[in-house]
Write a protein that binds this ligand. Sequence first.
Ligand code: PLP
Length: 380
Amino acid sequence: MTGQRAYLDWNATAPMRPEAHRAMIAALDLVGNPSSVHGEGRAARRAIETAREQVAALVGAPASAVIFTSSATEANTWVLGQGWDVVFAAEVEHDSIVVPARQLAGRHVAPAVTRDGIVDLGALSAALDLAAASMPTAGKALIALQAANNETGVVQPVAGVARLAAAAGHRLLVDAVQAAGRSPLDFAALGADYLTVSGHKIGGPKGVGALVVAPDAPLAAMLVGGGQERRLRAGTENVAAIAGFGAAATAALASRTADGEHMRALRDGLEAALMSRAPEAIIMGRDAPRLPNTTCIALPGRAAEVLVAAFDLAGIAVSAGAACSSGKVGPSRVLAAMGVDPALALAAIRISLGPTTTENDIAAVIAAWTRTTAARRRAA
Ligand code: PLP
């Protein structure tokens, strides 16, 4: 419970971890510019380099591979804008992958996913073969793959896709925003060229992210000028945000296994309780490997917006599985790619838990859901 409310929208953003909060407050008092050579500058530089090691440890990469950005969106867009002839990115990917893939790549190919939203290795392999036939000689291709989905929590076969990417000679970008702190990550072992993470999803501040880059992966500078971040992203660093991100990474890594067990037990109990009260409800991606903290559930005939508003009034924060843009709520692109009926997709809500979610939070959801389903039965 966060205050009197049950905050269950951790996939949108996580509350700040106390460690991150403390690190930020301390870093706000660092007066130096990290590029200055005097003591004050060196102290600010140390805060950044400590955070770089902390974020690197979370993703299993050397510190030298980590470049700080303003968000994972920035990091994803940066990679997508590297002049690819073809980008392979399924429709279940986050907007920060799909939109730049459509706008910045020579061609965007969206490989099919299974009904659980998992990238189909056979379909991807066929799409790679087909694209190869029309690629320019020495053409550049990128495969973008999320480690786990933000709406359903479904986990992707990263190792299998990495093998296909290597065999085809294509680069691989892994969007690890939702997996970071929830699943083990080993950048070196993954065989990825790029990996992206976000501070605020792991209990760090909003507005900071990182791009992790393999030594031989091409990357043209995004901002030139002062030469910060290995001359790839100039601009005086956001020292406090970076320090908070680093502290959150260390805390997330230290408690990952215990947090995972805690969240899985609560999530599984929640799903069992929701289904027992409404056996007609549908859990998206239920039979697939999923993150331990996410449930995406639809009550047929009950619009998600209505349910989200009712939950909000009852002091519970969850979100609609629908994509909301320019004031128009449409069915989620992710659920559409999974072949979910549009009417059912409009009923899907996402309940996402975190390390400090309590039994009381879960009880509050079950009580609100029970009121909704009982009212429906009375009305029927
Ligand atoms: N990728 C995924 C899978 C996400 O869930 C999100 C945020 O929702 C992002 C990328 C973008 O992260 P940021 O908020 O740091 O831009």
